[in-house]
Write a protein that binds this ligand. Structure first.
Ligand SMILES: [Zn+2]
Length: 485
């Protein structure tokens, strides 16, 4: 039977169950029994494991954004909101999924994904922040664990993959297939419910967070209204976000009423939001003539800032089409007019790099990192430039100055693997490549890399034991991924 069939069965069971659970009191819902622990509550360590398995599995199901500027932007907005949430010290992870579907989701362990389709549908940073604040509230209010039941026979990687398939609405969830089949066969209970109570609570708590983070609370009902209107015309294609977060007239009027309790004030628009949205538009565009026409039309209307943003978009398009001279002229002009804006200067450095003008690229990146020493997006691009110009030592030193958050991303291991390869340290290179494959859900590939590292002659005893431990760990994950529930 095909994937779609399983997906439909799963949806039916979700919808059926939603009504049943609706009548229950929340504190009577059984808390999940994860793993082998005797207690009913998921421990922080298990929650972290579950979140990591969820994030790894996502990489096999959808395309996760790899652009470091876009990653930094979404993480920055998320952290600004979290700082004003109920759990400011909880370790959240924010990322962009490159999918046109309008969707955002909160997985276990504070992993919050926002689809590019949703970002492109927003019209202000406050609107994007309102969706993110809502998802953060699902995590802080522990809705996932309050509404989710899994048999202890479902291993963490399997539960994570299944959850990913549900939250993403993907039908290509190869990793989740075994678990979904087990659920269908009735040998495993796996349910997650998106109840009206949870949605209302996430709206309410999210709006408080939004407001204390100096975003416009009115953005929440405004965005919900736009979402609802979009479905009116799209017929059957209900956005995934609406399947899991139904926007009803009463929900809109509730949030509208609550937003009206906040005093009216002016909220300045975010330039970074406009630039990142434009970058996504250009990167994801399949029709470069169409996007050029859109950007050129924007040049001739609106405020000076909108003109600048459209110019930036045309520069990115020129870079994408390898019209380096045009990109160079545009980013030179923008950088000179706005020397304090990292996006323009970074695009100028990138132009030199992609035009193979390496000396100039290195000079520009060096100047940029001095001007913006805490900007990891720029650092990661600079590391790439150093690797292209055979400077692995400098690349390594720079990479190790990035934040722990950045070092938890798969790209960190990927760059380290390249660095050690260039440094002629193949065992280290394979070891970090194994970390990269593991982080992106390719456990078998990770095992292969460890095997390759072990075959290298004359490796240090310490490395021998590191490799042995990693291999044992990876096999334990494979065993869990394939355990027949
Ligand atoms: Zn929700």
């Amino acid at each position: 039977m095909n994937n779609k069939f399983w997906r439909q069965l799963l949806l039916i069971s979700l919808l059926t169950n939603a009504n049943a659970i609706f009548a229950l009191e929340l504190d009577k819902i059984e808390l999940p029994d994860m793993g082998d622990s005797a207690g009913a509550l998921i421990s922080p360590a298990e929650e972290k494991q579950f979140g990591e398995a969820f994030f790894r599995s996502l990489h096999t199901q959808v395309t996760i954004n790899q652009d470091s500027e876009i990653q930094q932007y979404i993480q920055t907005i998320g952290e600004k909101l979290v700082a004003h949430s109920d759990t400011p010290s909880y370790p959240f992870h924010f990322f962009v999924v490159l999918e046109n579907d309008i969707n955002a989701f909160a997985g276990p362990g504070g992993y919050i994904g926002v689809n590019s389709g949703l970002i492109l549908m927003t019209e202000a940073e406050s609107e994007l922040a309102s969706v993110m604040a809502h998802e953060i509230a699902h995590v802080t209010q522990r809705h996932l664990y309050r509404s989710y039941e899994a048999s202890s026979r479902l291993s963490i990687p399997m539960a994570a993959a299944t959850l990913g398939a549900i939250l993403l609405g993907t039908q290509s969830a190869a990793a989740g297939q075994a678990a979904i089949m087990a659920i269908q066969a009735g040998s495993v209970q796996f349910q997650i419910d998106f109840t009206r109570e949870h949605e209302a609570e996430a709206d309410r708590v999210g709006m408080q967070t939004l407001s204390s983070s100096t975003y416009d609370p009115r953005s929440m009902p405004t965005f919900f209204e736009r979402l609802q209107q979009s479905t009116r015309y799209s017929g059957q294609n209900v956005p995934e976000f609406l399947r899991t977060h139904p926007v009803t007239a009463s929900r809109i009027s509730d949030t509208r009423g609550r937003a009206d309790n906040y005093p009216y004030k002016q909220y300045p628009d975010s330039l970074a939001y406009q630039l990142i949205k434009t970058k996504l538009q250009v990167l994801l565009s399949r029709d470069d003539h169409e996007i050029r026409a859109i950007l050129q039309a924007r040049l001739n209307q609106g405020l000076p800032e909108q003109h600048t943003v459209a110019t930036y978009g045309l520069g990115l398009l020129a870079l994408k089409m390898q019209n380096f001279a045009e990109a160079e002229t545009i980013f030179q002009t923008l950088t000179q007019a706005n020397p304090e804006q990292p996006h323009y200067a970074a695009a100028l450095a990138r132009t030199a790099l992609e035009a193979s003008n390496y000396k100039l690229a290195l000079t520009r990146y060096q100047k940029l990192t001095a001007q913006f020493p805490d900007n990891d997006a720029i650092k990661l691009e600079y590391v790439g430039a150093l690797l292209k110009t055979a400077n692995p030592v400098a690349a390594k030193n720079l990479l190790l100055t990035t934040s722990l958050k950045t070092q938890s991303l798969p790209v960190f291991s990927e760059l380290l693997a390249q660095i050690y390869g260039d440094l002629n340290q193949p065992a280290e290179s394979h070891r970090y490549l194994a970390d990269y494959y593991f982080a992106t859900g390719e456990t078998q590939q990770a095992i292969l890399q460890i095997r390759l590292a072990q075959q290298i002659k004359g490796i240090a005893p310490q490395m021998v034991s590191i490799l042995r431990e990693k291999l044992a760990f990876l096999w334990s994950i494979v065993e869990q991924e394939h355990r027949n529930p």
